[in-house]
Ligand binder design. Structure first.
Ligand code: C2O
Ligand code: CU
Length: 524
């Protein structure tokens, strides 16, 4: 047995931590690290394939095909007849290795949306690999139990890759016995798609105005399937809702007027449930909804709807949401409804079967509030203006450049900062023209979870605000939030554990692809 003096132990610790750091920054991420011993190991292959999504002809999609190499069977499950990738389930504290193989005709890389992992593992576009190449992810899961997800992140072509089917859920399990589990714990991924007469996916039609808006489809897909309804027992359910759409925002409500009971946001369980008449869910965001069907009668139908709202665009302000003859909220026409038009999302048919009924717990978790006074820049928050400049979507006048980091995008390890996101240029730009080009932007920061400390609506149009005002949940941990036209949102976050470059961007995927994305860098 070796005996270490304190000095030697210290030296050893320094050596270990340095080598750990180097392993994190390895450039040879196409190989597995022999001394990394994962609890779960998965191979994910992105490939093109035909799938029977609609009646008749098969649809050509992109798909993450998966294989469990190591770990419990329940770590990996597939949604049946779905273009979506698998659901990965893992526990906090476990280590995972994912071998990503790119068999697509274009470069790609996977981003683990919401996770706190080293920059090399985060799916920065600079790490994208070409067809036939692979990228190996190895990391420890340190985040709170909750509903996270993964999707491609190559520069300029994230939108089309997600649209064609590349996305999956990454669930960090909790052991909470008071919450619905097993068959009562269900994913609910909402996406919109458009098909041509040949059952093939239609993307942007090469229409620059559609790209400027972001893709809006004319048909809702749930969990990557063309099923607008499902049966439920007279029981209590937990729905893990992800808005996996490229650009569509939903204002979710139950058709019978019952309250939406929210138990979790992006970063896991809230401290206590929040009851809402409706709730806004922007692309990239997740919520978990508690729904008890035990008081419904057999054959009753409850529909999750998206209610009309004013998106604050020039169109929305003038017309207040033209309905295009789809007043019943179903999408049939070939024209895609605008953001803010009413839609039906998913109908739940209550059967006569009785199942497990639970009482909604009044305490769900503990959330440590980050003290604003802890922020190094509390009095002078950094400002990030999201707006349109000469037909480009920009952040503070800049667009994405692979390695570029501005002075205001540098942050120091182990510090807390306040960032204020502003939808609009504060009159610095093109006035009327920029006003015409105002759209909602879902803002997303990689590599961490933050807390929202202020939503300033003083610059908002009252009609816009009134149509969405009850739909925000700012109590929990977030990685994505909706920034409506004229809105200013302050978030507080701490940069810890890892140094290097991460990105932040608009999660309207077409805006992201057009460059509404930037690096921020955590340095020592
Ligand atoms: Cu879900 Cu950078 O994205
Ligand atoms: Cu945007």
């Amino acid at each position: 047995m070796k005996i270490f003096t304190p000095q030697k132990t210290l030296l050893l610790l320094i050596v270990i931590s340095l080598s750990g750091c180097n392993a994190g920054e390895k450039n040879n991420s196409n190989k597995t690290t022999p001394d990394f011993n994962p609890d779960v190991e998965i191979e994910l292959t992105a490939k093109r394939m035909p799938m029977p999504l609609l009646d008749g002809k098969q649809t050509n999609v992109y798909h993450y095909e998966s294989r469990l190499i190591k770990g419990e069977d329940s770590s990996l499950s597939n949604l049946k007849d779905s273009y979506l990738g698998p659901v990965i389930r893992i526990k906090r504290g476990q280590k995972i290795r994912v071998i990503f193989k790119n068999n697509l005709p274009r470069k790609s890389i996977i981003h683990w949306h919401g996770l706190h992992i080293p920059p090399q593992m985060d799916g920065h576009p600079m790490h994208a690999v070409e067809q036939g190449e692979q990228y190996v992810y190895e990391f420890k899961v340190v985040d709170r139990p909750g509903t996270y997800w993964f999707h491609p992140h190559p520069d300029q072509i994230t939108g089309p890759q997600v649209y064609k089917g590349l996305a999956g859920l990454f669930i960090i399990r909790d052991e909470n016995k008071e919450l619905p589990s097993g068959e009562y714990d269900q994913p609910l991924v909402i996406q919109d798609r458009t098909f041509d007469a040949d059952n093939q996916l239609v993307y942007l039609d090469d229409d620059p105005m559609k790209q400027m808006q972001g893709f809006l489809g004319n048909q809702i897909f749930i969990n990557g399937q063309n099923k607008q309804a499902r049966n439920v027992k007279q029981a209590t359910y937990r729905f893990r809702v992800l808005n996996g759409s490229n650009a569509r925002i939903y204002k979710l409500a139950w058709s019978d007027g019952s309250a939406i009971k929210v138990i979790a946001t992006d970063g896991g369980l809230l401290e206590k449930p929040v009851s809402k008449s409706y709730l806004l869910l922007a692309p990239g965001e997740r919520v978990e909804i508690w729904k008890d069907f035990s008081n419904y009668l057999s054959k009753e139908q409850i529909t999750l709807e998206s209610q009309a709202f004013n998106p604050g665009t020039a169109m929305g302000r003038m017309g207040g949401g033209m309905m295009r003859g789809m007043g019943d909220g179903t999408m049939q026409s070939n024209v895609s409804p605008d953001n803010g038009e009413a839609l039906k999302i998913y109908t739940l048919n209550v059967t006569q079967q009785k199942g497990e009924v639970l009482e909604l717990p009044q305490v769900l978790s503990e959330i440590e509030k980050t003290e604003p006074s802890k922020a190094v820049n509390y009095d002078t928050p950094k400002k990030f203006h999201f707006y349109n400049e000469r037909m480009n979507w920009v952040i503070n006048g800049e667009t994405f450049s692979m390695e570029e980091v501005a002075e205001w995008e540098k942050v120091q390890l182990n510090t807390t900062e306040v960032w204020q996101f502003i939808n609009g240029d504060d009159g610095r730009g093109m006035g009327m023209m920029q006003d015409m080009m105002q759209l909602p932007h879902p803002a997303h920061i990689h590599g961490l979870q933050f807390q929202i400390i202020e939503r300033d609506i003083s610059g908002m149009d009252a009609a816009v605000w009134n149509s969405v005002k009850d739909g925000f949940i700012d109590q929990g941990w977030q990685d994505t939030f909706l920034l409506m036209p004229g809105m200013k949102v302050k978030v507080i976050m701490t940069f810890k554990d890892f140094t290097g470059k991460y990105i932040y961007h608009c999660h309207n995927l077409e805006h992201e692809d057009m460059g509404m994305m930037r690096n921020y860098e955590v340095h020592k």
